[in-house]
Design a protein around this ligand. Structure first.
Ligand code: GDP
Length: 192
């Protein structure tokens, strides 16, 4: 089953974004309890797809070698996981991309698989600040790859006001396999 990974710096608002999206119909979790692979929490969506909640990075109080180990785990995950279909990167709209965000994007974007950057806490920005934040993210992306990668979307988001939640759901739902609704009483081909 395909996996959609959520990544972001500690405190960027990743858990809040996942919670806001998990209330949406197509993204609702099949179960509240995650499975675990080392430090990665895996949730199953009702469509069968998995959401991988990657450990938050960049937390200031963590020792340098621990930070490095996390970065390496994430790098390994995004560059080698064969079932990883898409990446949602949570960034604080007030702070933009930081080095570990850039590193993750560098590891994943060249695969051509879709990426959605949620510029969250946008409720904390005035209208002009929000559009400046979007423009900055766009130019940072263009700088990072020397062109604007077509497989990366950027969306202003707020878990608090639910700004961008419906749009994000629609984008992510497009990445999901179409789960056949179970129709009671319908015979399978073999039964017919
Ligand atoms: P995580 O460490 O990335 O999982 O971040 P959390 O989801 O735990 O959020 C970190 C802090 O930011 C918490 O105090 C949240 O209440 C706050 N927060 C998260 N999303 C938003 C948002 O969209 N708007 C505002 N104003 N605060 C938010």
């Amino acid at each position: 089953m395909p996996e959609i990974a959520f990544a972001g710096r500690s405190n960027a608002g990743k858990s809040s974004a996942i919670n806001a999206l998990a209330q949406r119909n197509r993204l609702a979790f099949a179960s509240r309890t995650p499975g675990r692979t080392q430090q990665i929490n895996l949730f199953r969506l009702r469509s069968g797809a998995l959401v991988a909640d990657l450990p938050g990075y960049g937390y200031a109080a963590v020792a340098k070698d621990v930070k490095r180990a996390w970065q390496e785990l994430l790098w390994h995950y995004v560059t080698t996981r064969p079932t990883l279909a898409a990446l949602v990167l949570i960034v604080d709209s007030r702070h933009g991309l930081k080095d570990p965000d850039r590193e993750l994007l560098t590891g994943f974007v060249p695969s051509g698989r879709p990426v959605l950057i949620l510029a969250t806490k946008a409720d904390k920005l005035k209208k002009t600040e929000a559009s400046n934040a979007l423009a900055t993210l766009e130019s940072e992306l263009a700088q990072l790859f020397e062109f604007r990668p077509a497989n990366v979307g950027v969306l202003l988001f707020s878990a608090t006001t639910r700004m961008g939640v419906a749009e994000a759901e629609a984008i992510i739902a497009q990445w999901l396999p179409m789960a056949e609704p179970v129709r009671p009483g319908k015979k399978t081909d073999e039964e017919n």
